[in-house]
Design a protein around this ligand. Structure first.
Ligand code: HEC
Ligand code: HEC
Length: 354
């Protein structure tokens, strides 16, 4: 918290405490001069005011709450961030550190993670995938190296190597019911908002249950998608081809896909579009338009569309380009969870591990 806000809170809480304490002491001390009949002489609508001492039980409770309040000042960082850290501590990274809400959160996350790792190792053992442990350790070390490296791209190839080495264990986990259960829960928490709770995706977000993969459906492809993240790079073509070129090549794509919408195709545009496709699009979508998993370029000849297969949507895609973003998860979830998620996604596809 900033200096200003901690001071603000210190002044408010401590000031308030001192003020109430002062008022209480003052009322206890002050003895008004009384009339002969024992009243203070104040009268309103025929009601006259006695001066009686505050009831004992009330005072006890009042002082009790004030001492209770002091207890909080002692236990927690209450006076300026650096003046008093409080005597409460929590364990972070195996060390006792003064309480702050952030330290408490980290402490609980670490305690939770310890339980998770233990049960994760149990799952690896039942699935016969203990061999993953040393690979995971290497991968974790490389991830940490990459985060602090000045040339993160240099570490990437080593990371990808470890992801490949991890893939066979993902296949083992994909057949393990307990791993699938945990993977499903992780999926619902982290992935469902984009890919849907049934993983069937929606426009712009790929279906993970079919056999049509942007980047490949083998364990190491899936693991890489989740660990590294992916960015689709379909370049905009309007500047290159002009509007008539865009329409022509879109017409050709419609013809490739078997024209599922039953449009009346403009054959002249189709022919013109084929020429454009062969020079501009094949480097990513392939000679036959069946896509290329190395760059995440989708198959344009099937009936599965990431963004939509009607004439207008295909034109929009070609006109302006597309750039779907799949975030990376290693930093946020850690490699153990990434592995469970990859196994879960693998188990969903129609081509599960043998
Ligand atoms: C912010 C939205 C978002 C979230 C959250 C998200 N994804 Fe994705 N994911 C995408 C997009 C978009 C793509 C396609 C990227 C592209 O267009 O190139 C994708 C692609 C993928 C692919 C590659 C599919 C293929 O056909 O090759 C996999 C596997 C995947 N996601 C798994 C996951 C998992 C597991 C999670 C949860 C940890 C997750 N995603 C969370 C948006 C998301
Ligand atoms: C640099 C590689 C590259 C080139 C060149 C390229 N594309 Fe793409 N295309 C992609 C990628 C990658 C995607 C997926 C985008 C995403 O996931 O966000 C894509 C997506 C598409 C889609 C959407 C498919 C769907 O399922 O909704 C269409 C249509 C398409 N491209 C047509 C074309 C045409 C026509 C050309 C040539 C004029 C072309 N592309 C050139 C890489 C390329």
């Amino acid at each position: 918290m900033s200096f200003f806000w901690s001071s603000w809170i210190t002044v408010l809480s401590l000031g308030c405490w001192l003020f109430i304490f002062g008022v209480l002491m003052w009322t206890l001390k002050s003895k008004p001069v009384l009339e002969e009949d024992g009243t203070t002489g104040h009268e309103y609508d025929g009601i006259r005011e006695y001066d009686k001492p505050l009831p004992k039980w009330w005072l006890v409770i009042f002082f009790g709450t004030m001492i209770w309040g002091l207890g909080y000042f002692v236990l927690f960082p209450s006076i300026q961030p650096d003046s008093w850290k409080g005597i409460t501590t929590v364990e972070v990274d195996g060390e006792q550190v003064p309480w702050t809400s952030e330290n408490e959160l980290n402490s609980q996350l670490q305690a939770n993670n310890k339980v998770f790792i233990e049960s994760f190792e149990g799952i690896l053992a039942t699935a016969g995938a203990e061999g993953a442990v040393p690979v995971l350790a290497k991968l974790n070390a490389l991830d940490a190296e990459q985060r602090t490296s000045e040339k993160p791209a240099d570490v990437q190839s080593k990371i990808d190597e470890q992801l490949k080495a991890l893939a066979p264990f993902v296949d083992k986990l994909a057949n393990d019911p307990e791993a699938q259960k945990v993977g499903n829960r992780l999926f619902l928490q982290n992935c469902a908002l984009c890919h849907g709770s049934n993983a069937k995706g929606s426009l712009g977000y790929p279906d993970l249950t079919d056999n049509d993969w942007l980047y490949g459906g083998e364990a190491d492809n899936i693991l890489t998608s989740i660990h590294n993240g992916r960015v689709g790079a379909m370049p905009e073509q309007q500047g290159v081809l002009g509007e008539s070129g865009v329409r022509a090549v879109a017409e050709y794509v419609l013809s490739l896909s078997g024209n599922q919408n039953g449009y009346e195709l403009n054959q002249e545009q189709v022919n013109q579009g084929k020429t454009i496709f062969d020079t501009t699009c094949t480097m990513c979508h392939g000679q036959d338009g069946k896509g290329m998993q190395a760059v995440g370029a989708p198959n344009l000849t099937d009936d599965i569309w990431l963004f939509g297969g009607d004439r207008e949507t295909i034109q929009t895609t070609v006109r302006h380009g597309r750039s779907g973003v799949m975030p990376e998860w290693a930093t946020k979830l850690g490699n153990e969870r990434v592995m469970l998620l990859a196994a879960y996604v693998r188990s969903l596809s129609q081509n599960p591990a043998e």
